[in-house]
Structures are given as C-alpha cells and as structure tokens.
Design a protein around this ligand. Structure first.
Ligand SMILES: O=C(O)CCC(=O)C(=O)O
Length: 283
C-alpha cells in the first residue's frame, strides 16, 4: 500500500498523510451513525465532560466510573463549553457532544465496518505493526464555536507497550482547516522522549510527568489541513494537538489507537480487555 518513499517519510517525520483513503460514502455513513448516537444520548443519564484530569467534587466517583466504563462501551462526553451558567445546553444536543468513545469499533456495526478491512491491515503492516490490536476508537465532533482544544500529548502515554508500538489512525470526516481546529504535529518529534504517562490502578487514574522536554509550539509544529476522507497515520510518540474550533463549521474526525500484539501491553494502561471482549485487529 505504501511506496518505499512513503515508508521513509513515515519513519523520518513520524506521520504520513493519505488523501482519499476513505470514500465519500464511507465517510457519510460514519457521520450519520455518529450523529444518531449523539442525538440519542440521554442528557439525564450523563452530562459528563471528557477529561483525563483527576475528577474532583461531589460527583467525582460517578464521573470517574462513567469515564472508566467507557473503555469497553459506547459513551458520549460533552464539550466543556456546552453548558450555560444555569446548567442548560447553549446549543442543541447534537452540537454539544465533544466525543463518543471508546469501543465503537467493536460494538457498533457501522463503526466496526469502517474500522476493519484489508486496506487498513496492509497499511498497518507497512508502518511496522505485525499483529494489530485496536484498543480504542474515538469520534471527535469539535463542535462549531464551542469545540475544545486537545492539548499537546503523545499517544504512547495512553497505550504504553514495550517496545513502543502504538500507532494512531486519524480519519478526517470533515475538511480540517486552521479555522475549525485541524490537528498540528511536530515533524520528527516522534524521536523525542515520552513526556507523560496516563496510568490506572483500580479506579484511580494519574497523569505522571516523565520528562521535562517542552511541548512543541505552533512555530516548530505544522498544521495538518486535510480534506474529508484523508487518513493521517502517525507514530504514537509524535506530539500532536488541536486548537479550539471558533468557526461556524464542525470538524468531525475519527481515530483508532492500535498497538502491536507482539509487544508487551502495559497492565497500567487505562483500557484493558477481558475474554468477554477480547482486543482484536484489523481483520
Ligand atoms: O482530533 C483531535 O482533535 C485530536 C485527536 C487526538 O489527539 C488523538 O486521536 O490522539
């Protein structure tokens, strides 16, 4: 699937951009299903905002359980700016959800179809994954006007393997632009050290600082402005970020975080699977 040149590009820069990886029909089907899930979310069951920070306040246990339970379920999380001072939504429900996570690729037929197949398996082999394991799916809405920033991070910190293997498959569902909060990456930044690790012990989660190397900024990084249907595939060590969406247009994206089963998956990673829902690969 990748040419020798593209394989070198992936190795040197830590990422590769593949326009038209998904067809318009595939993108439309995924978006339709994501909007259906968001629209059917029961506002009274959960008003959680997604955060990997330690939960605080009287609802902390419930909030943490909702987040941890999402590892092997399909759950909706709100944008931080979704709520007015009186606690009601400032935009319609479908335009208030920040993301859906984290097991749609296994549990929802439409997401399952989009997330599997020979084309993805071939690409994974080309970027060095010998036995793919898809641990997480996220549908990110980056809603118009209120779509929040995703701070600089490296995905290895969330899916730690020895040796490092996590690879991110980021699909543009809408055109991603500077105005609507496209992702930014630091070319070659995957050769830097791992700054942070997110760990879980029972119901406790922690974001541990490992290294003080500063995060890139928008001078050393480049924006990845791409058309809907494009796949951006990147090394889990690559620092990346996305700005808030201040435009009137949503920036939907779908991501898969995939490791190599030949590497040791850390028992302290927050997502674990059991025999009832074993981790699976692209085929
Ligand atoms: O799409 C975004 O805004 C960020 C996605 C991301 O950070 C990831 O999938 O690891």
């Amino acid at each position: 699937m990748l040419t020798a040149e593209q394989k070198c590009e992936f190795k040197d820069n830590g990422f590769i951009i593949l326009p038209d990886f998904k067809s318009c029909a595939e993108i439309t089907a995924l978006k339709f299903r994501a909007n259906e899930i968001a629209a059917s979310h029961d506002f009274d069951v959960s008003k959680e905002v997604f955060s990997t920070d330690r939960q605080r306040g009287p609802q902390a246990d419930r909030v943490q359980d909702y987040f941890l339970g999402s590892a092997n379920e399909i759950r909706c999380f709100f944008e931080e700016k979704a709520f007015g001072t009186d606690g009601s939504l400032v935009q319609p429900l479908e335009q208030s959800i920040n993301k859906i996570g984290h097991a749609m690729h296994d549990l929802d037929p439409v997401f399952h179809k989009f997330s599997h197949g020979d084309k993805l398996a071939e690409l994974a082999a080309d970027v060095g994954l010998s036995q793919t394991q898809i641990w997480q799916s996220m549908y990110i809405f980056k809603q118009p006007r209120i779509g929040g920033e995703v701070g600089w991070h490296q995905d290895t910190g969330f899916f730690y393997t020895t040796p490092q293997s996590v690879t991110t498959f980021w699909f543009a569902v809408d055109d991603a632009t500077l105005e609507n909060g496209c992702i930014w990456v630091e070319p070659g930044g995957h050769k830097s050290s791992l700054r942070q690790q997110f760990t879980r012990d029972g119901r406790q989660t922690k974001l541990i600082d490992l290294d003080t190397t500063p995060w890139p900024n928008t001078k050393s990084a480049v924006p990845v402005e791409v058309k809907a249907g494009t796949l951006v595939c990147f090394n889990g060590m690559l620092p990346h970020y996305s700005a808030p969406n201040t435009s009137d247009h949503a920036r939907h994206a779908y991501t898969l975080h995939v490791t190599d089963g030949a590497c040791r998956y850390a028992p302290e990673n927050w997502i674990q699977r059991s025999n009832t829902l074993p981790v699976c690969g692209f085929v």
